[in-house]
Design a binder for this molecule. Structure first.
Ligand SMILES: *[C@@H]1O[C@H](CO)[C@@H](O)[C@H](O)[C@H]1NC(C)=O
Ligand SMILES: *[C@@H]1O[C@H](CO)[C@@H](O)[C@H](O)[C@H]1NC(C)=O
Ligand SMILES: *[C@@H]1O[C@H](CO)[C@@H](O)[C@H](O)[C@H]1NC(C)=O
Length: 419
């Protein structure tokens, strides 16, 4: 059991692209530490994403979207009935909260709302806001039999259709981070008509190819993958997120500014979001710990691990024998990137160990409609920095909004009456 937990921690570090794993041991629990915690931040760590948005006085709506395979997804909206809709999709083990954790002015969802957009924040199946299914309980292994393949094939189309029906706009903006980009490529490959419903796709830390992932730990994961497969098979397809409460608790205690344990805390956060001390807001760490990780399946992690090993971008690999039954061929079919016809703007970081510039360039060369290929102007910008860096607003988000505005002028759209 202990080794499984350790594995879970290590794997989440691997996926999120850090070079440093420090198992911090038990954090000192003291009531003194507790009492000096900033109350408001401690509260932010506990609130749900909609509560958090409401706390900062933005309007908030909660929508329930059902996928054709029976999952109920919560979509959180900061409404503006005149604004052009934009859908935000989070990364693996994250949720809608990721887009607001940095608070007003800094959080991307708030910036988009301030810029006049109608902001819809998606939640992929399996995270804390999307854990219902018409017939399956999350206690059943079958509930967790999905990867980002299903997120791209079912969750994104259902969410996009729902937004279009409710706003009367024929097209929407899409912004994805990490897995939120992987699932987008898959959606377009599997159901290209959905690509026509997107004004422009802004991809933050885009992930398709991972063959050059240079994090020593990512490479270690790929060597470990057969054992991980065995583990997953033995344990059944399962949820990957046993430690959310634990992290929330330890983060709230260890990560506040005045606590002596902050140095430890800083180290452990780096294996979640990557290492860039200049861009990490220490004060805000307890809030981050309260919301990430938010839930995912083991299969999602294994699917990424397969990409490190194969260097390709393909359907889930069940092994030669089962592949024959599932795909009628011994190897999993590749996703067809030439079907991603939507205009795409790619934003990548030089210090992103998970999705390194070389792999992003390969993706760019295979996408047919790249309108921008943007290196973030900061030499140490990491994977997690796209969501949580102190200067993400000026280094990343401002340009995304500019690209969205330009695309609206180039491809004008108009609103019809909502149904
Ligand atoms: C999981 O889903 C895949 C494809 O959708 C299917 O082939 C497989 O049999 C399922 N696995 C389990 C354990 O139900
Ligand atoms: C860091 O986070 C705190 C708490 O959310 C916030 O008040 C502060 O402005 C942030 N600092 C910077 C430099 O963004
Ligand atoms: C990929 O999609 C394009 C456009 O739909 C099609 O022309 C091409 O044949 C596909 N390639 C493969 C290998 O299926």
């Amino acid at each position: 059991m202990i080794s499984f937990r350790l594995l879970v921690i290590v794997v989440s570090g691997l996926i999120l692209g850090s070079q440093r794993v420090l198992v911090a041991g038990t954090f000192a629990r003291s009531s003194v530490v507790r009492s000096i915690l900033d109350r408001s931040l401690a509260e932010d760590a506990k609130l749900t994403a909609p509560e958090l948005i409401g706390k900062y006085r933005y309007p908030i709506e909660i929508h329930k979207v059902q996928t054709t395979d029976g999952y109920f997804l919560e979509v959180h909206r900061i409404p503006n009935s005149n604004g052009v809709p934009v859908l935000l999709m989070h990364g693996i083990t994250d949720s809608s909260a990721g887009w607001v954790l940095s608070g007003p002015k800094k959080g991307f969802a708030y910036m988009l709302a301030d810029s006049g957009y109608d902001v819809w924040i998606g939640n992929a199946r399996g995270n804390r806001y999307s854990r219902r299914h018409r017939s399956l309980s999350p206690r059943l292994p079958m509930f967790w039999n999905f990867s980002f393949h299903e997120i791209g094939t079912y969750d994104l189309p259902a969410t996009i259709d729902y937004i279009i029906q409710n706003t009367g706009y024929p097209k929407i903006h899409y912004i994805g981070f990490s897995q939120g980009t992987t699932s987008f490529w898959i959606m377009c490959s599997q159901a290209p008509e959905y690509c026509n419903k997107v004004i422009v796709m802004n991809a933050l830390a885009p992930v398709a190819y991972l063959g050059n992932s240079k994090s020593p730990l990512i490479v270690a994961l790929s060597r470990f993958i057969n054992q991980l497969e065995v583990l997953a098979t033995l344990a059944g397809i399962a949820e990957f997120s046993p430690t959310r409460e634990l992290l929330a608790a330890s983060g709230a205690i260890a990560c506040n500014d005045k606590a002596v344990t902050q140095a430890l805390c800083a180290n452990s956060i780096f294996f979640i979001v990557g290492y860039n001390s200049e861009q990490l807001n220490m004060t805000n760490l307890p809030v981050l710990y309260g919301h990430v990780p938010a839930g995912a399946s083991t299969k999602q992690l294994l699917h990424y691990g397969q990409y490190v090993k194969s260097g390709l971008f393909h359907h889930y690999d069940y092994g030669r024998i089962r592949n024959l039954a599932v795909y009628s061929q011994p190897t999993p079919p590749a996703y067809n990137l030439s079907r991603v016809t939507a205009p795409v703007a790619l934003h990548y970081g030089l210090n992103d160990w998970l999705t390194v510039p070389k792999d992003v360039k390969r993706l760019a060369s295979e996408l047919p409609n790249v309108i921008a290929f943007r290196q973030i102007p900061h030499p140490r910008f990491t994977h997690g920095d796209f969501m949580f860096a102190i200067d993400a607003d000026t280094l990343v988000y401002r340009d995304v909004v500019r690209i969205m505005r330009e695309a609206e002028q180039k491809y004008p759209i108009s609103q019809t009456k909502p149904l």
